[in-house]
Design a protein around this ligand. Structure first.
Ligand code: UDP
Length: 238
């Protein structure tokens, strides 16, 4: 095997990544596939933190939350991420990958509370740590939670898994002539309003000098190849 480029990573999965072709909820086969990709990375000895979104179940800013108090709706969204975290934990452990779930909102019967030093200890012991409940605060997203946790655990990179294979100058689904960037700066992402992650998340990575790689998680072997330094997806950095 080649040299491993990133030793500690923060993988961000959107909730929608877990729902496969369904338009709601969790698709067991898709979660299994994601777990098998993570297992490959785990077997390379890479330390892995994961933040998973909740959009497949509930989003604070959405039609189903219309008329609701924003803060309550956001708490519902955060709870949705915990459901996804447990699904992922199960799938990983079924493949023999040791994991811990830590939540930003305490629910001790379900998972450990987020304790930074403990999370780092788990990583050092070779456990995959899944961070649930976002940042624990309303008005944020799980993209921001991912960049926050990445900063806290000193991750070498944030790997933002998407359904497309990188960042384009226009929506590649709508515009056939959209051009993919191999690399782009944080400021370009912000100035061009590119939909990579929300601006809070991008600024956080910029301030803490953590590169982001946007890639297609459903390309088999992509995660492993990124860790080996192959040029996959779009690199966002200074
Ligand atoms: N959320 C929140 N604070 C956080 C993270 C998430 O309030 O720190 C809520 C918010 O309502 C959001 C929902 O949880 O809409 C689900 O997260 P997100 O939309 O980021 O999930 P994804 O788009 O990645 O599936």
């Amino acid at each position: 095997m080649g040299e491993i480029k990133y030793k500690r990573i923060l993988l961000k999965l959107s909730g929608e990544a877990l729902m496969g072709k369904q338009n709601f909820g969790i698709d067991g086969d898709v979660v299994k596939f994601i777990a098998s990709e993570v297992k490959e990375a785990y077997e390379m000895g890479v330390q892995i933190g994961i933040v998973v979104g909740g959009g497949n179940i509930f989003r604070g800013v959405s039609e189903s939350a219309k008329g609701m108090d924003r803060v309550s709706a956001d708490y519902m969204g955060m709870l949705a991420t915990v459901i996804n975290s447990l699904a992922l934990q199960n799938a990983l452990e079924n493949l023999g990958v040791p994991t811990r779930v830590q939540t930003a909102i305490e629910m001790r019967q379900v998972a450990e509370p987020f304790i930074r030093r403990r999370a780092i200890r788990h990583l050092e012991k070779g456990r995959v740590v899944i961070f649930g409940a976002g940042t624990g605060n309303p008005y944020f997203t799980t993209d921001t939670a991912a960049t926050l946790r990445a900063s806290e655990i000193n991750a070498d990179v944030v790997l933002k898994a998407t359904k497309v294979d990188g960042v384009y100058d226009a929506d590649p689904v709508k515009y056939k002539d959209a051009v993919k960037f191999d690399a782009i700066t944080y400021l370009e992402v912000l100035n061009k309003g590119l939909k990579v992650m929300d601006s809070t998340a991008i600024s956080m990575c910029m301030d803490n000098e953590i590169p982001i790689i946007v890639f297609d998680l459903f390309g088999k072997g992509n995660l492993k190849n990124i860790l080996l330094g192959k040029k996959i997806g779009t690199l966002v950095e200074g």
